[in-house]
Design a protein. Structure first.
Length: 210
């Protein structure tokens, strides 16, 4: 039910010169807020026009305060909004046809969980300091993913990567990559020395044969 809040004692003149007596009404909306509007009755023939919702207030007290503070200029605007018909929005008919977008030829790439955003071995080949700087530029989550993706976690402490700091994770990555590179370099050196020794033995055997 609507409640009469204020009856204005001064009539409001329309653009055509007619006088209207205004009254402010209010009610509680479906959302629990109070909404207010203004009803105008034309003097002489009691033709009534109503404005759209003019305000929304949190409670009745604020709505009454709003209504009592309306000026003559505001009432003139509200009367104009009440007299003018609401603009009619044309509704275009809905047309349904047998159509669909062209299938995408781009393959769908699904990123596996804990996929490393950086290859530490590839970056280390360009310099240890470069690897450190690039790791420190990443988020903690990305550095953690690198540790887990490359299995830099010790078997005795599988949850270490989830509790370690970013600095500790970076040092672990650099240490493991450095160790791997050192072992690879040592293996290549041993292999090269064995090959040289074998060549020398072959040469000496050929000399004795001659």
């Amino acid at each position: 039910m609507a409640e009469l809040l204020v009856s204005f004692t001064t009539p409001t003149r329309s653009e055509t010169g007619d006088l209207y007596w205004g009254r402010a009404f209010g009610r509680v909306g479906a959302n629990g807020l109070w909404e207010g509007w203004i009803e105008f009755m034309r003097a002489g023939d009691d033709v009534t026009v109503t404005s759209p919702k003019e305000t929304t207030q949190p409670n009745r007290v604020d709505l009454v305060y709003w209504a009592k503070g309306l000026t003559d200029a505001y009432l003139e605007g509200a009367l104009k909004r009440a007299i003018e018909p609401a603009p009619r929005i044309p509704v275009e008919p809905r047309v349904f046809v047998d159509s669909a977008p062209k299938p995408s030829l781009r393959p769908v790439v699904v990123t596996p969980p804990n996929r490393a955003i950086l290859d530490p071995y590839q970056v280390y080949a360009e310099g240890e300091q470069l690897l450190r700087s690039q790791l420190r530029a990443l988020s903690h989550h990305h550095v953690q993913n690198i540790v887990e993706a490359y299995q830099f976690v010790d078997a005795g402490d599988p949850d270490w990567a989830r509790t370690a700091s970013t600095d500790a994770l970076v040092e672990r990555i650099v240490e493991r990559v450095r160790t791997r590179y050192a072992a690879t370099a040592t293996g290549q050196a041993i292999g090269t020395g064995s090959a040289v020794a074998a060549d020398q033995r072959t040469s000496r055997a050929e000399d004795r044969s001659a």
